[in-house]
Design a protein around this ligand. Structure first.
Ligand code: HEM
Length: 545
């Protein structure tokens, strides 16, 4: 059985609200991967400092970001306002800073910090449960531009105050018990931040003096019901339940507030614990201001193209159409699959379906590389990446393509399936096309971004602009996405083709952020877009340029 969900007929490629989030959610490691998941998966692998757990910090960040929500008023929730609230005594510790610091490299015009914080919680519990807890993810959160009200619960508060606080956040008393247990199965209390709870005995410049909530703190069993079973068995590890300071025993007051019924159930069954956590944490990350409308659950896209280019004039009169196709691996391994053949059918610019009247060039696409999730037990798939390039006459051009997958079973039976992306093929508009061989990205060096674009003359467009988008400023904890609009100058034609070249030497800040750009070409009467292009296959600029 497959644990993961594959997107059904409701999805057609591309969908710029989904595609990059889907990539980050399911591809954590391998070729062409850009996901924050590898910071926290496998669980506990990345040293954030002695006594510190990245997964715990990311989960706590998501909770503290949500915790000042007022669901009755429809305000607050997961909105990245935490980035403006770190000077408050309800948010002590460097974990929040570091979480935001790690996540902002992945911010784009389609991946807000608030979505990344929510996704961070998904990765933390996914990694620390080995994929047993898969919180369904929906995108579309919008970043706050300033602080929200105070309201994160503190351990010295009374039980009545905690019940009221969780009610304001949209959770009943029972749900509060569950959610606190689900949070406090990872990480612990740092004496450096809470000396009144955990005594500081070691030098705080090298040691946070952490006491973990339970003994299962890393690996794929860290997210488990030990915190609950310890509590029920009176094992005194959890400083918020058994610490010497009675005032700050908030976990004990919370777990006992229903007479201990729910925590006993969670202690008795790890499966019940994981199920309870999955649904409560899903509600936690989907708590958003009422003005925000989340999209549908993001499932795995079964056939997904990426990095598509048309290099005009690759040889006289021709263009090189190239890119990658991602498929779910048949045998769920990174080994090559010689029994699978992939073939694409390229629809000409004039459109129409391939067949008797429309002649579509066909190209066999070899297997090239792989990517995968970093959870081991959850049944997540390996992906295979197939790389193609095919020279076609410029006059014929491209408008779309179908992907044919031909599988030979062990007994020799061959089956073939044609993926048409809902009928029209996977679209590729060759009107405005980036020229990868005449483009370079120096964002990690001198900050140059030298962009050359070819524009098809038939469309009679005369103005070309690029909107370069990246988080700015690079030192802000929750930067906004800035748009640097540059105009490309006509620099010539590609001889023997009906394409003109436009070029610009732009500047971007130097850093490791995710750069994307939109292309806009227009004339007096109309405008055409090629949105949300990435720089994955763009070479870096030579050092001195
Ligand atoms: C009444 C409610 C809560 C109180 C009073 C509370 C209090 C605390 C305190 C004092 C710490 C120690 C922080 C540190 O030393 O860095 C902590 C850690 C933590 N809390 Fe809570 N918490 C509450 C609810 C939650 C919830 C609902 C979640 C998530 C669902 C959560 C997730 C965490 C995590 C993951 C840590 C470990 C952080 C680390 O190790 O860096 N907490 N909590």
């Amino acid at each position: 059985t497959t644990a993961f969900e594959v997107a059904g007929d409701g999805y057609t490629w591309p969908n710029d609200k989904i595609d990059l989030l889907e990539h980050m959610l399911y591809e954590h490691s391998g070729f062409h991967v850009n996901s924050p998941a590898s910071f926290v998966a496998p669980c506990g692998r990345v040293p954030f400092g002695p006594g510190r757990s990245g997964s715990a910090e990311w989960l706590r960040t998501a909770y503290h970001d949500m915790a000042n929500a007022n669901v009755a008023a429809g305000t607050g929730g997961v909105d990245a306002s935490i980035g403006f609230e770190l000077d408050r005594d309800e948010n002590p510790g460097k974990g929040f800073n570091e979480t935001l610091f790690n996540l902002r490299d992945f911010m784009t015009a389609r991946t807000s910090m608030a979505d990344l914080i929510a996704m961070g919680a998904v990765f933390a519990v996914g990694g620390c449960s080995g994929g047993k807890v898969e919180i369904p993810f929906r995108g579309g959160r919008i970043d706050a531009i300033n602080a929200g009200p105070t309201g994160v619960p503190k351990p010295e508060e009374s039980i009545d105050s905690h019940i009221a606080s969780f009610n304001r956040q949209g959770f009943t008393q029972d749900e509060m018990i569950g959610l606190v247990a689900c949070g406090h199965t990872l990480g612990g209390v740092h004496g450096v931040d809470f000396p009144q709870i955990v005594a500081v005995v070691n030098d705080t410049s090298v040691d946070d003096n952490t006491q973990t909530f339970d003994s299962t703190i890393d690996g794929e069993g860290a997210f488990d019901n030990k915190v609950a079973s310890d509590f029920v068995a009176n094992i005194t590890q959890n400083p918020l339940a058994f610490g010497h300071n009675v005032t700050t025993r908030s976990d004990a007051r919370i777990f006992n507030s229903d007479g201990g019924v729910l925590i006993k159930k969670m202690a008795a069954s790890n499966e019940f614990f994981l199920q309870t956590c999955q649904s409560l944490l899903e509600r936690m990350i989907n708590t958003v201001p009422k003005s925000v409308h989340l999209g549908n659950q993001i499932d795995i896209i079964p056939v997904k193209p990426s990095s598509l280019y048309a290099t005009i004039g690759s040889s006289p009169g021709n263009m090189m159409f190239s890119g990658f196709i991602r498929l779910i691996s048949r045998d769920n391994s990174l080994d090559a699959d010689p029994g699978r053949k992939v073939r694409i059918h390229i629809h000409p610019r004039s459109g129409g379906r391939c067949g008797a009247t429309v002649d579509c060039p066909v190209v066999d696409v070899p297997e090239f590389s792989w990517s995968r999730s970093l959870y081991h037990d959850g049944g997540y798939p390996y992906f295979k990446k197939y790389k193609f390039s095919k020279e076609i006459p410029v006059d014929q051009g491209v408008s779309a393509f179908d992907v044919e997958v031909i599988d030979a079973a062990k007994d020799g039976t061959v089956s073939s399936k044609l993926y048409t992306n809902g009928g029209g093929g996977f679209p590729f508009d060759d009107t405005i096309v980036t020229q990868p061989t005449q483009t370079c990205n120096g964002q990690q060096g001198n900050g140059n971004f030298n962009l050359t674009v070819a524009l098809h003359d038939d469309r009679k467009l005369d103005t070309v602009q690029a909107l370069l988008q990246y988080p700015d400023s690079l030192t802000a904890l929750v930067p906004a996405i800035a748009t640097n609009k540059v105009t490309l100058k006509r620099v010539g034609v590609v001889s023997g083709t009906k394409y003109s070249l436009f070029s610009v030497k732009a500047k971007v800040p130097s850093g490791t952020f995710t750069l994307t750009y939109d292309l806009v070409a227009s004339n007096k009467t109309h405008t055409e877009f090629r949105r949300f292009n990435d720089v994955t296959e763009i070479p870096s600029c030579p050092k001195k340029l």
